[in-house]
Unconditional design. Structure first.
Length: 438
């Protein structure tokens, strides 16, 4: 079981929180970088043997993604249809009259059953990652991560579970709104504490200055170009090579916990120029206030989905509650109904949150390419090659299904990003940068 269950409970998509859309279209330079298929193919491609492998790997990951979502929804339906949810409530009640003991007992049973049901599919997903060279994490480490996720989900998810039923008891007709408020508070708090307390439980971090002072000096040039303050103390190296082979860098945290993280695989496999662009992209998330704007977007989306979810739960209880052995929403077992509704709504809202995220990531691409102007010799070639390296290392299919991209991609396709990078030159005569003055 992953921490994704707790995030599903809150219906917050991480990608939606980390990104923001372009404020407006760039009149000429961005228009010339249209995402036509032929341009995309020319900008990012793979040799025949690797292309075949990438297509196979992508197909398996897509199937796993949709099958995993369907199985997550189906198992909740089975818990209701076979009376397992009502049985879990009876077991919890036999624990005693203490509500906290009952609530945490029910949540433990729910978490344990759904984790066991999901485990074979998750194990197969890890197996696929190892077979295709995307993961080097041994099974002992993988199971340890699963155990940590389970404990964290039980602790924080259990607290939110108790809060949910407290609010339902106090406001049975408007709990969807009163739960939304602490949900947003919990989300903001989670973003703040995650890089300090949660992330180090799963990966090792160290100051980037400690092992790569020359790279820090190069990145400080990009920071100075952006006119902001990201001191070396907020630049970290993550030992991703202990578990994965892909490249990445990201911005995380909020306020005093905000930081930029570069994977050690990126340092090992990309050039300083390419890392400068990747860093410039992440710096764009800082400058463009993507986390704050993403929170606002997620808050509005969450409020709408909570209202739809409340009405859906009431309808399901009226029509099927008796057969499920769940007479009212105050019943501990009603949590399974709530999770069923939230899981369906989370899946259906993916195109909305991912579409928002893709536009945010495009804005960061624009910012990153403009930020390295004057620092690297050829920003267009550098950015294009960075996407080539990222795609090759992660076995990214150059020709993803338009439907899969629309529904599941939190970033634009590598092909379209590389095509844009290859032609975007706002310093050319008659063009104008979007985020920097000439």
């Amino acid at each position: 079981m992953r921490l994704g269950l707790l995030l599903s409970l809150l219906l917050i998509c991480g990608a939606a929180i980390c990104c923001t859309p372009c404020a407006s279209a760039q009149a000429s330079a961005e228009t010339t970088a249209s995402h036509q298929s032929t341009q995309n193919h020319a900008a990012y491609s793979l040799p025949p043997d690797k292309l075949k492998t990438a297509i196979e790997y992508t197909r398996k990951r897509v199937i796993l993604n949709f099958v995993g979502t369907a199985w997550g929804i189906l198992q909740l339906l089975l818990l209701l249809a076979f009376g397992t949810a009502a049985w879990m409530r009876r077991v919890a009640i036999r624990i005693g009259s203490n509500k906290w003991a009952q609530g945490f007992s029910f949540f433990l049973l729910f978490l344990a059953i759904t984790s066991l049901l999901s485990l074979p599919l998750e194990m197969y997903g890890h197996h696929v990652s190892v077979v295709y060279g995307q993961s080097v994490q041994h099974w002992g480490s993988w199971f340890a991560d699963q155990g940590k996720s389970f404990l964290l989900t039980y602790l924080f998810g259990g607290l939110f579970f108790m809060l949910l039923f407290f609010v339902i008891g106090k406001s049975p007709n408007r709990w969807w709104f009163w739960v939304w408020i602490p949900a947003m508070v919990v989300t903001i708090f989670g973003i703040f504490v995650s890089p300090i307390f949660i992330d180090p439980l799963f990966n090792h971090f160290e100051p980037l200055q400690q092992s790569n002072p020359a790279l820090v000096e190069r990145l400080e040039q990009v920071v100075a170009r952006g006119g902001i303050s990201i001191p070396p103390a907020r630049m970290f190296l993550m030992k991703a090579s202990e578990k994965v082979t892909g490249l990445n860098a990201y911005v995380t945290g909020i306020g005093a916990s905000k930081r930029v993280v570069v994977w050690d695989t990126s340092v090992a496999k990309a050039t300083p120029d390419e890392i400068s662009f990747i860093f410039g992209h992440e710096m764009g998330h800082y400058v463009l206030n993507h986390i704050y704007k993403g929170l606002a977007f997620a808050g509005v989306l969450l409020l709408v989905l909570f209202w739809i979810g409340f009405n859906s739960v009431q309808w399901l209880l009226r029509h099927f509650g008796a057969g499920w052995g769940i007479s009212e929403q105050h019943n501990w077992a009603a949590f399974v109904v709530i999770m069923l509704v939230l899981s369906v709504l989370s899946f259906l809202s993916e195109p909305i949150s991912n579409g928002f995220s893709r536009s945010q990531e495009h804005a960061a691409d624009v910012y990153g390419q403009e930020a390295i102007h004057g620092i690297v010799a050829d920003p267009q070639a550098t950015a294009k090659q960075a996407f080539q390296v990222l795609g090759e290392q992660s076995l990214v299919d150059p020709n993803p299904s338009p439907f899969v991209e629309f529904w599941t991609f939190s970033h634009p396709s590598i092909s379209s990003r590389a095509a844009f990078a290859a032609t975007y030159n706002p310093w050319a005569p008659g063009q104008h940068p979007k985020y920097f003055t000439k």
